[in-house]
Design a protein around this ligand. Structure first.
Ligand code: DGL
Length: 268
């Protein structure tokens, strides 16, 4: 769709919870005048333990809401929802633009010297056909060790970014990557950059750690073109507790200006 810039309204951004803030943070920097609406589907987080059908149903309900509120471009700031829903969303709304979040296999291949790459993702992303296809298409003979990381997102959602328990979990998930001798690791979940120091500590200084959110935000910004709207605004909604999300945003991101509203998911 080639949207007439004068008609453009909002960019909708969603994730199962707080992970997509890593993408939103980049988007706010790249598009300081855009109207942005963020939906945290907190009541249904984490997505990583859910079935593909569930993840698709959540992605549809959220996209419908964001489109009703005026989104012309939707950024799926969630690897798990991208893996299981982006094709269906594009088919359902062919007149909207959807930007997904996917691990950068190509940049990892370019960064690796020894041909061994590690990928840390949610269990649902790790098990997805889309990820398998992405690896087949882009890994070019490099060995990719994929590790599903159950439980990590729960800690981050709860505001725990550095407990000993979370550290132990991170070490456990990094162990197979180290055993495989990877020299490059990809964070394949938008929550994971929020605990980057833990991944770095567990992987050690010889492993390059790649994040993806800047590339996603750049892609969205390119599609949005430069619309010098005077009405920059940020709206944040959640299917969970607005107060808790507001407190999380203030504590972790230092964002205090956006009020968080409740959103009742359809069918709930
Ligand atoms: N932040 C999401 C992702 O990038 C989802 C994590 C989850 O809810 O399990 O995969």
């Amino acid at each position: 769709m080639q949207t007439d810039p004068s008609q453009r309204r909002e960019i909708g951004v969603f994730d199962s919870g707080v992970g997509g803030f890593t993408v939103l943070r980049e988007l706010r920097t790249l598009l300081p005048t855009a109207r942005l609406r963020y939906l945290a589907d907190t009541a249904y987080a984490p997505y990583g333990n859910r079935s593909p059908e569930d993840i698709r149903a959540r992605s549809f309900a959220i996209s419908e809401h964001l489109i009703e509120r005026g989104a012309d471009l939707i950024v799926i700031a969630c690897n798990t929802a991208t893996a299981h829903a982006i094709e269906a969303l594009r088919a359902r709304w062919p007149d909207r633009l959807f930007v997904g979040t996917e691990p950068g296999i190509k940049p990892a291949v370019a960064a690796s010297d020894n041909g061994r790459i590690g990928l840390l993702a949610t269990p649902a992303t790790a098990a997805s056909a889309r990820l398998r296809a992405l690896i087949e298409r882009h890994a070019g003979g490099h060995a990719v060790t994929v590790q599903g990381c159950a439980g990590v997102v729960d800690h981050i959602e709860a505001g725990d970014l550095d407990s000993a328990e979370l550290q132990a979990l991170v070490e456990r998930y990094c162990a197979p990557l180290l055993a495989a001798g990877v020299d490059t690791a990809l964070l394949g979940c938008t929550h994971f950059p929020l605990i980057e120091p833990l991944w770095r500590a567990a992987l050690g200084p010889r492993v390059k750690l790649l994040r993806i959110e800047t590339a996603v935000a750049r892609r969205a910004a390119d599609l949005w073109h430069s619309v010098p709207a005077a009405s920059a605004a940020l709206s944040v909604e959640t299917s969970g507790s607005p107060e808790r999300l507001q407190a999380w945003m203030a504590a972790v991101l230092g964002w205090r200006e956006a009020a968080v509203e409740g959103w009742k998911p359809s069918g709930a």
